[in-house]
Design a protein around this ligand. Structure first.
Ligand code: NIG
Ligand code: FE
Length: 403
């Protein structure tokens, strides 16, 4: 006897077939046992199975729970002042070089006690959860010293323990060079590679290691040093690459078999080919593109031509993407970057799961995966990328339970 049987629904399984890109099952049913999907099919095919609870969904659409695979949720303060400065003509790079940007969030975050940091982050997390998110990646990166980064990863752990969502913590080890290290760049990188990464790995606080490779952040050589340390400590890598300029970050990420390369507005063909060959997911972040009023879009045609899997995320952060709605990210990916609604949905489900190395566990509706589901009162899945700021799902099921 199963725990639950969802019936009277249309299912976008996200297990694609040639003439059925969303793997749609009409008049579907989903069997759930011990928090996992045990069977998916047409209601008639599941007729012989019994469950303690039969849940009629009145013809609603069911999708996998949404996966936000790139966020910087844990920080103190806001940067609303920079939003105003940018309206007055200052660029993101100018603000960063003048000591604002990431550095200002670092100062606020370092000064915030744990309870205040957690309260702020859980408020943001609740918004994502209400929007349909069942798995969220959370980066550190706003402390920039060994103890502080560990503290942020512990906050991510605390959120995982207290909220109905799967949290995937990332050590964003090279985000910005703190000003106290301005004259000692290579010592800073060495400390992060030789102290912080082994410590985070030993304490099992991070699932991967990330860096920001750009003119205002870290060079490919510095990132390479970091990647070597990550892999030596058993942690896979990902990279903020080609956001503001092309640094051959995608090729570098691919060389180290990165799970994802993120942003990619300045990606070139060599980079796209390398990502495809390495199986690295391209994570597109339309919130940052929008907030920075960028004009150069990520090269979607190149990604499609080379069959690079494309994911979408909110990039929720105080500087470049103060965005708390996963469906708004999907809408922006369609409107600003030209993704189809199907690509956008795959970008926040199956391909986002791949970007987190969790495609065996979440991202599609198939027997064996976690029963993380969203139930939407919509006429077709295309509506998820159509509304500008669609409210969250009618029901959100996490590990088989409504939450
Ligand atoms: O993903 N690109 C670097 N990191 C963040 C921005 C962080 C910030 O400005 O606070 C991003 O856009
Ligand atoms: Fe980011």
């Amino acid at each position: 006897m199963w725990d639950r049987l969802l019936v009277d629904c249309r299912i976008a399984t996200m297990e694609p077939a040639p003439s059925n890109p969303l793997g749609v099952i009409e008049s579907g049913a989903i069997g759930i046992q011990d928090g996992r999907i045990v069977r998916v099919g047409k209601r008639t095919d599941l007729a012989g199975f019994r469950a303690r609870e039969v849940v009629p969904l009145g013809g609603a659409w069911v999708t996998p729970g949404l996966i936000d695979c790139h966020t910087h949720l844990i920080f103190a303060g806001t940067r609303a002042n920079e939003h105003a400065m940018r309206r007055a003509g200052a660029s993101y790079e100018e603000i960063a070089q003048a000591g604002g940007g990431i550095a200002s969030t670092v100062a606020a975050t370092r000064a915030a006690p744990n309870d205040r940091l957690l309260a702020a982050a859980s408020g943001r997390l609740h918004a994502l959860i209400e929007g349909g998110v069942t798995t969220v990646e959370i980066k550190s990166g706003y402390a920039l010293d060994v103890e502080g980064e560990i503290r942020l990863l512990r906050c991510a752990d605390a959120l995982a323990a207290s909220e109905p969502v799967r949290v995937v913590p990332t050590l964003l080890a090279l985000h910005a060079l703190p000003k106290e290290w301005a004259e000692r760049r290579s010592d800073y990188v060495a400390m992060i590679a030789d102290e912080l990464i082994p410590l985070a790995a030993r304490q099992r606080l991070a699932a991967s290691v990330d860096a920001f490779c750009d003119r205002i952040a870290f060079t490919p050589d510095e990132v390479e040093r970091l990647f070597k340390a990550a892999l030596a400590n058993g942690l896979p890598v990902r990279l903020h690459a080609e956001q503001l300029s092309n640094q051959n970050g995608a090729v570098l990420a691919a060389k180290y078999k990165a799970l994802s390369a993120d942003h990619l507005e300045h990606l070139d063909e060599a980079g796209a080919k390398a990502l495809a060959k390495a199986g690295t997911v391209a994570v597109l972040l339309p919130g940052a593109f929008y907030a920075l009023q960028e004009s150069r879009r990520p090269p979607l045609e190149l990604l499609r031509r080379h069959k690079v899997p494309i994911a979408i995320a909110t990039d929720c952060n105080p500087g470049t993407s103060p965005m708390l709605s996963p469906t708004l990210a999907m809408n922006m990916a369609c409107t600003l970057f030209g993704l189809t609604p199907e690509e956008a949905l795959a970008g926040m489900t199956l391909n986002a799961a791949r970007a987190l190395g969790l495609a065996h566990e979440v991202g599609s509706i198939v027997a064996g995966k976690a029963a993380d589901l969203c139930v939407w009162r919509i006429k077709s899945p295309a509506e998820l990328g159509y509304w500008i700021g669609l409210p969250g799902p009618e029901r959100r099921i996490f590990g088989g339970q409504d939450s």
